[in-house]
Every structure is written in C-alpha cells, then in structure tokens.
Design a binder for this molecule. Structure first.
Ligand SMILES: C[S@@+](CC[C@H](N)C(=O)[O-])C[C@H]1O[C@@H](n2cnc3c(N)ncnc32)[C@H](O)[C@@H]1O
Length: 200
C-alpha cells in the first residue's frame, strides 16, 4: 500500500489511530464533516506528526462528495474510510439508494489504493466476560453462512440485529478482518476491515 499520502475520510479526532501509524506517511489529508474534528485531530496527533515531518491537511466538509476531486488530485494516495461507511444508512431515508451507493463504492475507488473499516451489523447481545477473537474472511461474507452465524453466536447476538448495508463495500475476494466491539454493556458492533490496491 502507498505510504506517501494518506486520505482519511471520517477522521473525527483520529481516536482509533495511533499517531505512530500516521507518521509513516509524508502527508495526511483528513476529512470530517464535524467542525470540531479538525481542532481535536490536531490536538491529538499534531505534535507527533510535526516531529516526524508528516504534513497535516485538515478539511472540514463532506469527504464523500469530495472523493472524486481528491482521487484526481492525489491519485497515488492511500484512501482510508475510517469507520464512516457503516453510518451512511442513518443519513438518508432512502435505504435502497444508499445500499446501491455502498455496493458501487469499490467501482468508484478502482483508480486508487483504498480500504475501509466499517460496521457490518450491530445489536443486543448476551452479557459477555470476553469479546471473541478477531476472525478472518473473504469479502463478501454474507451473514447467512454457517461461519458468519457462528461468529454472531460467539458475540452472543440476540436477534434482530441492525444491518449497516456494508456487506458489498469491499471488492469481492478482498481479505478481511472481522472484529467484535463491545460498544456498551450488552451491545456489540461487528466491524469489518480490509484494503486493496488500485485496479486501473
Ligand atoms: C464513527 S465516527 C469515526 C471515528 C473516527 N474514525 C475515529 O477514529 O475517531 C464517524 C465520523 O464520520 C464523520 N462523517 C460522517 N459523514 C461524513 C462525510 N460525509 N464526510 C466526512 N465525514 C463524515 C462523522 O462526523 C464522524 O466523526
């Protein structure tokens, strides 16, 4: 994966990213729609990035609308959707259209190297002492398969769970890592992550 430029979509303050990981890039271009994200990102990572000579560009706005321009401007960058695509279903009443947009994401991103961590499903679960170990799979991983049902069972999922419509975000055949996140007591998120090189 490219290591010169990173474009982060849905960066927030970069809570989930260690500063040391960000310093492997020469430039970080972060996008978040929340005006508080930029100052908080700088507060959390600014000093370490400056010490390592990583240039930081913070953008406040709709990073999804800006994607095509960003890909034109930074065709050699690595684009990372940082736990944002799984929330897209909450931004529109038209779920069919949103699901279609999410399914088309890997076509839209063909020109660049990119990846995503996103919610696959979430919901109530039995009380757990431990969260299950991460699980590897190949995209797409339908939740109806016995393996995925077993994974949900390990999380103690109590039906029904919310589908975040991200099953087809990553290109078919992408290696993925699935992680259980204890979001709050008796409530889990199933997160999927994966990345792929540019195709064109
Ligand atoms: C779950 S949070 C991501 C957390 C973040 N990656 C971190 O490590 O702290 C989702 C973020 O996506 C942002 N977001 C939602 N829609 C967006 C959009 N269209 N463009 C840019 N950011 C967006 C939200 O403001 C929020 O900060």
């Amino acid at each position: 994966m490219p290591r010169q430029q990173l474009v982060l979509i849905g960066s927030s303050a970069g809570w989930m990213l260690p500063s040391e990981w960000l310093t492997q890039f020469e430039e970080v271009h972060a996008w978040d729609i929340d005006p508080l994200a930029a100052p908080l990102f700088r507060w959390r990572h600014g000093r370490t990035l400056a010490q390592h000579g990583t240039r930081l560009h913070l953008n406040t706005g709709d990073g999804l609308s800006a994607l095509d321009v960003c890909m034109q401007d930074l065709p050699e960058a690595f684009f990372w959707f940082d736990n944002v695509l799984g929330q897209m279903r909450f931004t529109t009443p038209n779920l069919t259209s949103m699901e279609r947009q999410l399914r088309q994401m890997h076509q839209r991103m063909r020109r660049v190297a990119w990846g995503s961590v996103h919610d696959r499903m979430s919901g109530r679960c039995d009380a757990h002492d431990t969260t299950p170990l991460p699980m590897q799979s190949i995209a797409p991983w339908p939740m109806e398969t016995p393996q995925a049902q077993n994974w949900l069972h390990q999380m103690g999922a109590i039906s029904p769970w919310l589908d975040h419509l991200t099953e087809h975000v990553l290109p078919p055949g992408t290696s993925t890592q699935n992680t259980a996140w204890a979001f709050k007591p008796n409530y889990m998120h199933w997160l999927e992550m994966g990345w792929c090189p540019k195709v064109l």
